[in-house]
Design a protein. Structure first.
Length: 339
């Protein structure tokens, strides 16, 4: 069973996106429905948990046991009464948070529509990939604040609503929470990131990135491929949301793109294969040390994304299938990127 974690949820005057080019995919059939696990769980009366919990779990064969074992960390050796007591303790502790989600996510249809549209776009761009099974459900739930967020199972996008309450939510301000999810990560715990996280998890499953032992330049391009693909599947999202920056950070990155590239060139970083060094430029981090405190982390992925954009602009007939199969070395050689 696939189970992927995403630690993770204006006017685009700096965006290179052209939303008008998004194809019409309304004719592509796509099944999608939403099930609200948290509503059913929190509706069970405490004195009925021991009896009704097993029934609820059985109604979610793609998620129920994962919720108990991997999200709540319940011990399968416990008796039914012990498990009921344990779950009741969780429900009581998270009642206030659940009440918040009842208002914030009273209607989930907009998120379902957006995710469904992304899957239709996936089928449009990858028409010969019918063997890959796309999810047909969205399951919402509430879990521990310092635990899992959005995951992908065999048949469903699973959305942890506790990580989409808005970056200013009081739940995200405590010291113990920030030890797990610092502010530069929890700043994305917004409703808008539900679809982004879902599609990121899908792409991680369908196109796993196996470049971690390659040079920094190769890893940058591979990250850029996936950001470009994410952009095509979520055409109405802003660039800064897709990469996980603040709006100002994104604007500054475009403004100083040449200086960022110079950082890699002047320090002879592109062919470096030192994993300890590479992690400073790829992946989650609060900033890029050489660029100052206001800069974002994951700056290598930003440059990789710009390389892919330039490559695709030069090669407009290349399909996304071909892009994902093209070696990063070939893309670097043909693009001759220099902002």
């Amino acid at each position: 069973m696939r189970l992927l974690l995403c630690f993770v949820i204006a006017i685009a005057f700096f965006s290179c996106q052209d939303h008008s080019k998004s194809p019409d995919v309304s004719h592509i059939e796509m099944k999608m429905s939403t099930k609200r696990f948290e509503k059913e769980l929190f509706a069970i009366k405490p004195n009925e948990l021991a009896v009704k919990l097993d029934t609820l779990i059985a109604q979610y064969p793609d998620f129920g046991e994962n919720f108990m074992l991997n999200i709540l960390n319940a011990d399968p050796k416990w008796s039914n009464d012990s498990i009921a007591t344990y779950v009741n303790g969780f429900v009581q502790a998270y009642q206030s948070l659940y009440d918040t989600t009842k208002t914030l996510f009273a209607n989930f249809s907009a998120y379902e529509t957006e995710i469904k549209k992304s899957l239709q776009l996936y089928r449009y761009y990858f028409p010969n990939d019918s063997a890959y099974k796309l999810p047909t459900e969205i399951i919402t739930y509430i879990g521990p604040l310092d635990g899992y967020g959005d995951v992908l199972t065999e048949n469903a996008f699973v959305v942890g609503l506790q990580h989409h309450l808005g970056k200013s939510a009081t739940y995200y301000q405590s010291d113990w929470f920030l030890q797990t999810y610092p502010a530069y990560i929890s700043s994305r715990f917004e409703p808008d990131y539900i679809s982004i996280n879902c599609i990121k998890n899908l792409l991680s499953d369908r196109f796993p990135d196996n470049s971690e032992n390659q040079s920094l330049s190769i890893q940058m391009v591979e990250k850029g491929k996936r950001l470009y693909l994410l952009q095509q599947l979520l055409p109405t999202k802003k660039d800064f949301q897709l990469i996980g920056y603040s709006e100002k950070q994104m604007k500054d990155c475009y403004k100083h793109e040449a200086a960022i590239w110079d950082l890699f060139i002047k320090n002879d970083l592109l062919q470096n294969q030192d994993l300890n060094l590479i992690k400073n430029y790829i992946g989650e981090s609060p900033k890029t040390q050489e660029l100052g405190d206001a800069s974002p982390g994951n700056i290598g992925a930003f440059i990789g994304w710009q390389i892919i954009k330039k490559y695709m602009k030069k090669n407009e007939t290349i399909s996304l299938t071909e892009l994902m199969k093209t070696k990063a070395e070939t893309i670097l050689e043909k693009t001759k990127y220099k902002p």
